[in-house]
Design a binder for this molecule. Sequence first.
Ligand code: SF4
Ligand code: SF4
Length: 200
Amino acid sequence: MNEKSPSLQLDGRIHLWPQAVAAETGIKASSCYQCLRCTNSCPVSTFMDIKPHQVVRFVQLGQREKLLECSSVWVCLSCEMCSTYCPNEINVAGLMNFVKNSVVAGHKRPAEMEIALFHEIFLEVLHKYGRMNDLQLMQRFKLKTLLTGHLPSYSEFKQEMSLARELFERGRLKLLPERSRAVKEIRAILEQRRGKVIST
Ligand code: SF4
Ligand code: SF4
């Protein structure tokens, strides 16, 4: 362990973070005994810089800043396999979400900008129409990634166009977005959730 680790500074505030997480989420990371079942059941752990069992360990140790900078929480699919397989019923997926929400609430730069952008645009489209429209989602996502300087290569562009054509031919790509009849209720839920994230 790094001897400059903030978890070793018993200065009160950092030391209390694991308890604050437990109080806010109801998730007891302290019950973890590092059996690794969460990581072994995770379908995307090989793509993570900090594996699920390590995320739990870092919460125990109060390594808040390291977690806020990691890419794992953005790679996480929220599939909850980790929580299902934990013998101590620790909601590992909930911890992943908690860290992700803390990044957003703290206006920090997400380690995986494109994934964070995709989440944001997904919610924008859902807020506008009350349901998903793949064409709107991809148009907005492509425009925003272009504005942030990501220029697709010719082969990437060709591959995406051929995928779009295939989806269109199968009737899976709706050109005109349809608005859900429950759009107002969906907006209310999203706004309520957004308020909670911001106040995290
Ligand atoms: S499965 Fe549960 S107890 Fe085992 S390492 Fe993961 S969080 Fe800890
Ligand atoms: S919820 Fe996230 S961390 Fe847990 S198993 Fe699924 S992808 Fe992995």
